[in-house]
Design a protein around this ligand. Structure first.
Ligand code: ADP
Length: 328
């Protein structure tokens, strides 16, 4: 029996990496068994911070669909679709924007942070659309009357805002929408090959779509215990990035590898080789599924078209209620 209805989305910004997989997608794959899930490639959200050059968008959307399908998201069981193809997202966003006080948006902590961060990278996001990001996110969720939203810590303020907007709408017009609840995911933060958080903006990522050989090459470049110069030096796994990966991808062998590192038994080169081989094994199913879908791009298109159609039906039904409630 379903525990509730989930909506979640990801921006097709390219360069999907293993951190994104472990931080979000892997969780979705688990959630699909217990919830009724609606997953959206949120291309309109991608425009809120990258609107000047949209040429890569079609390819990024296709690749994101490949990422999801290869992870094992079931496009029959879940609704998997592209946000811009369901125009009701834009319509509800507009209507919600009429009743959302500016001050609610300006006080979202991520707003000023991102503005500063992206501004310093030379991006001009002093735009109406960027400020309205959480309104669009609210529209995404409530269009499907989702009651549960899997989020990381940083998204909690956005969800709180979504609930405030829902309360305002229900109070002003009629109680159309349930208040969505956050489901906090406690995914591990994956480091990049340089030891900092894996992020596409640091260039330290391991691409999720990396082939076995690319995986091996990225693992070879990982930083280890900087104090360990020679193989005969005892290592400290607690400060080693390779070790952090072993903990995630090779938990069965972790004790033996730790001990061996501390006693200078295993060298970093071998330790990396063992990690890489284990990662290749763990990600093998994903690679197989990915190459099947890669060989059949029209199948991926069909899957998205089918998801768009299913999403449209639900969204249209909600918008009927909204228009009625607002006397439109
Ligand atoms: P990036 O830092 O590469 O730009 P995003 O900010 O686009 O990544 O993150 C998209 C999703 O992936 C978010 O849900 C975020 O929590 C998750 N995520 C990103 N990087 C990591 C990481 N290194 N470890 C775990 N989860 C991550």
């Amino acid at each position: 029996m379903s525990k509730g209805r989930i909506f979640s989305g990801m921006q097709p910004s390219g360069k999907f990496h293993l951190g994104n997989y472990l931080g979000a997608l892997e969780n979705w794959v688990r959630l699909q068994h217990d919830y009724e899930c609606i997953f959206s490639i949120v291309d309109l959200h991608a425009l809120t911070s990258k609107y000047e050059d949209t040429r890569e968008l079609p390819e990024n959307i296709h690749n994101m669909a490949l990422d999801w399908l290869s992870a094992g998201l079931d496009p029959e069981k879940n609704i998997v679709f592209v946000q811009s193809q369901v125009k009701e997202h834009a319509e509800l966003h507009l209507l919600l924007s009429m009743m959302t006080p500016l001050s609610w948006l300006e006080r979202v902590p991520t707003y000023k942070d991102k503005l500063q961060q992206l501004g310093s990278q030379g991006k001009d996001i002093n735009t109406y659309g960027f400020l309205g990001y959480p309104v669009l996110m609210t529209a995404d969720i409530i269009l499907y009357k989702a009651d549960t939203v899997p989020v990381g810590e940083d998204q909690i303020p956005h969800l709180e805002l979504a609930r405030e907007i829902v309360r305002r709408f229900n109070h002003l017009y009629s109680p159309v929408f349930p208040e969505p609840q956050a489901k906090l995911s406690k995914a591990p933060l994956l480091p990049g090959i340089d030891g900092r958080k894996m992020s596409k903006s640091y260039g330290n990522e391991i691409p999720y779509a990396a082939s076995p050989d690319e995986l091996r090459a990225r693992v070879r470049l990982m930083v280890t215990d900087p104090q360990r110069i020679k193989k005969t030096d005892a290592g400290n796994p607690d400060v080693c990035t390779v070790h952090k990966f072993h903990k995630i991808f090779n938990l069965n062998q972790i004790d033996e590898i730790s001990q061996s590192c501390r006693q200078a038994g295993i060298g970093c080169v071998d330790c990396k080789k063992r990690l890489a081989e284990q990662m290749v094994i763990n990600l093998a199913d994903i690679h197989v599924r990915r190459s099947e879908y890669e060989a059949n791009p029209s199948r991926v298109k069909e899957i998205l078209a089918y998801g768009n159609e299913r999403a449209r039906k639900m969204a249209a039904a909600t918008m009927e209620e909204v228009r009625q409630a607002m006397n439109l």
